[in-house]
Design a protein around this ligand. Structure first.
Ligand code: CA
Length: 732
């Protein structure tokens, strides 16, 4: 193979793994600030004076249930309880979209990932930002009405796999609910932003829990989960009283210490599916970090449960078993938290195949029978259609390339794994990788067309068992670090040895959930793109990693309109209408950790940095977005560090076990978290003060002195410098 081709393949693989690792749920942050971006601090934003008098209507389950009667609003995370994310507005349509322009924008004062869905009630917009900050804007003008900063400790970012993100707030009966990165659930007055109450949702604040998901609200209760499986936590979901914050119920997703009583009857059932091992010491995983959906038809709450901790069952539960309720959709009674049914997408999960992806509810005819269904495209590559009344599996078509299993046996409801792809004894390229065939980025469902629009991706990973386990048969939990069970320290070598990887790409597609057929698909060079919004105007909106906000014809995928935002997207768009004018709103700002290789020059985050913005469009909008300057990413002269090859090798391993999840594989970052090859001389001078003393903790780069001693910090530094020198030489 020619070197160029080989490098391209490895680059693709590296990108895949960086994303995969980042995406699963967790680690550190900001070493240096290599762009002109301001270093963001967790300082108080403060409540500003209310000049604009809001007219927040009463939002309750009745109104959310009848959201189609007020299509001008976007009242809840997925617009309605069904979370179809389809806007019935059509002023902006396939004919008029060419006149779409920027109405206003707000600099969100953030260089971190922005993932939230804005909520629009009457003329107010509520939106969360990095560090779980909340803003209320006049939805017509963009004027800030109030802001709220929960003052998350900067060092808490180390517990977050995928940056200090927040996916949104809930609005209910005059209040706004937000969950903070450090595990608090907070109730705010919607008119003023004043805090009404706050509760600690964490069972153990010493464990590496984080919350990035949006709360959901119904029937006087607010529901919230958490993340952190890779670090070693035990997943659960809690319901709180919306008025008082009192806990109503809690449902654990995996069994705890078997020497202690079961917290609720479902744990006795689940414990029988965990065999051998000491999973409770690592935590077991199963975090509910994204999807929680309320179903008024059955008064159910559906929770999407995440991956195991560690990923590999042979370590977690060496006697086998399905390991309930990992990678499952679980239906709970909304009032009591008791389980009604569950469906496990990936029994005994070995791949980080979470089932936390957004769930969409719909009524549809299936094989001649009217059904109330739930649909999900979890990471594992299969698209599920499930009867909400009883959990019956109706369909399970592949929606993307997946080689780990051939199909789902519709009799048993279980995937049929391909034994040739078992990686316990031999490294395998597997699709999907831990990033999934689809991640948290929102889907959108057009019930009239019967089509689900999916921001799908093909992103393989070379899975290999962890060297320590292979050599000794033992595995020790790393407190404060990643616990996957696969080999991360030598991941660059593992991928190089694994042969040619499957192609990595993004695929925006229109998918028929019943037939499994694609109506159309648009291939995307990069796969880490934004969520979707389909509209009655026949349009499908998506922001992508190149910084383009696009409108496609929802019937055939033809690109009808594009806007250069100079910032990569992840968040989903929403649409609303006030005084006869339809708007489309979206947050720009990528991340989720440091996802892309710095060698991919056309990524907006790499080219321009990651200036977070809220962008709002309308027909004939004519506001100009200032073009940022292109960032100089040439590698500076490196300090002369004396280190042996052995030291650099150890530095490489430690770097990939501890730093790569944020700073990028092989020290190639993607424009959000600093690229360490670009460190200034001053940063090199204080490298150990940053890594060991935590002098940049306020930005999220907390001390790693618990995992790394001075000698190892020097070795990591030497590896970083050696990589910088390699790439500097290659560029000349
Ligand atoms: Ca994960």
């Amino acid at each position: 193979m020619k070197p160029v081709t080989r490098n391209a393949l490895i680059l693709a693989a590296v990108i895949t793994v960086v994303i995969a690792i980042l995406l699963s749920n967790n680690l550190s942050n900001n070493l240096t600030n290599n762009s002109q971006q301001p270093i963001e601090e967790t300082t108080e934003v403060g409540n500003t004076a209310i000049e604009f008098v809001p007219t927040i209507g009463l939002i309750d389950e009745e109104r959310i249930n009848n959201a189609d009667k007020e299509p001008g609003n976007w009242l809840a995370y997925g617009r309605t309880y069904e979370e179809q994310r389809f806007s019935p507005l059509d002023q902006i349509n396939t004919e008029s979209v060419s006149k779409l322009g920027l109405a206003w924008f707000v600099d969100m004062r953030s260089n971190r990932a922005l993932e939230a869905t804005p909520i629009i009630v009457d003329n107010m917009m509520f939106v969360s930002s990095a560090w779980s900050r909340v803003y209320a804007f006049n939805a017509v003008t963009g004027e800030e009405i109030w802001s709220f900063d929960p003052k998350v400790p900067g060092a808490w970012a180390r517990k977050a796999c995928c940056d200090v993100v927040n996916r949104g707030v809930a609005v209910y009966k005059g209040r706004v609910y937000v969950a903070s990165l450090d595990g608090r659930l907070i109730s705010l007055d919607a008119a003023s932003g004043k805090q009404l109450w706050e509760v600690n949702t964490l069972i153990d604040r010493e464990r590496d829990y984080t919350i990035t998901g949006a709360p959901r609200v119904a029937n006087g209760k607010v529901f919230i989960g958490n993340g952190g499986a890779e670090y070693g936590v035990r997943g659960y979901v809690t319901a709180y009283d919306t008025e008082t914050g009192a806990q109503v119920w809690r449902f654990y997703t995996v069994p705890g210490d078997p020497s202690l009583p079961f917290e609720h009857p479902e744990m006795e059932m689940a414990a029988k599916t965990w065999k051998g091992g000491e999973w409770w010491k690592i935590g077991g995983g199963g975090t509910v970090w994204n999807s929680i959906v309320y179903d008024p038809d059955f008064n159910n709450v559906y929770i999407g449960v995440g991956n195991g901790s560690p990923w590999t069952r042979v370590i977690r539960s060496p006697g086998g078993g399905d390991n309930l309720f990992l990678s499952s959709i679980v239906a709970l009674d909304a009032d009591t938290g008791r389980m009604k049914w569950y469906y496990q997408t990936t029994p005994g999960d070995n791949w980080d195949y979470t089932a936390v992806q957004d769930m969409v509810l719909a009524d549809m005819e299936v094989d001649g029978v009217e059904r109330k269904v739930l649909m999900q495209a979890p990471k594992n590559g299969f698209f599920y259609v499930i009867d909400r009344s009883n959990g019956e599996l109706l369909r399970a078509h592949k929606y993307v390339a997946a080689n780990w299993a051939t199909h789902v046996d519709m009799e048993t409801g279980r995937p049929v794994e391909d034994p040739a792809l078992d990686y316990i004894t031999e490294t395998k390229w597997i699709l999907p990788g831990p990033l999934g065939g689809h991640n948290w980025q929102a889907m959108s469902y057009d019930k009239e067309k019967g089509l689900m629009y999916i921001p799908a991706m093909e992103s393989p990973l070379a899975y290999a068992m962890n060297d320590e386990w292979k050599n000794t048969g033992t595995y020790k939990r790393v407190v404060g670090g990643w616990n996957t069970g696969i080999e991360l320290g030598r991941i660059v070598q593992v991928m190089a040895d694994a042969g040619d990887p499957p192609k990595a790409r993004g695929i925006l597609k229109a998918f028929d959930p019943l037939t499994g057929k694609e109506a159309w698909a648009v291939e995307q060079l990069h796969y880490w793109n934004g969520g979707l919004l389909a509209t009655k105007g026949g349009l499908l909106f998506q922001g992508n990693s190149l910084g383009e906000f696009n409108a496609f014809n929802a019937d055939d995928g033809e690109l009808l309109w594009t806007f250069n935002a100079y910032t990569s997207f992840l968040a989903p768009p929403v649409s609303y209408q006030i005084d006869g004018v339809q708007y489309v709103a979206i947050l720009a700002g990528t991340g989720g950790g440091d996802l892309f290789s710095g060698e991919v020059p056309n990524l907006a985050s790499v080219k321009y940095g990651n200036f977070g913005k809220l962008l709002v469009f309308k027909l004939n909008g004519n506001v100009e977005l200032p073009a940022p300057t292109v960032i100089d990413r040439s590698i500076p002269e490196q300090p002369d560090l004396q280190a042996s090859a052995e030291d650099i090798n150890r530095g490489e391993r430690l770097y990939h076990e501890t730093c790569a999840v944020c700073h990028g594989l092989a020290v190639k970052a993607g424009g959000v978290i600093p690229d360490l090859r670009l460190m200034s001389g001053a940063k090199h001078e204080i490298f150990n003060k940053i890594v060991l003393d935590g002098v940049l903790a306020v930005n999220g780069m907390a001390s790693f002195a618990d995992l790394i001693d001075e000698g190892d910090a020097n070795r990591i530094h030497a590896y970083v410098v050696s990589r910088a020198n390699e790439d500097k030489a290659a560029a000349q």
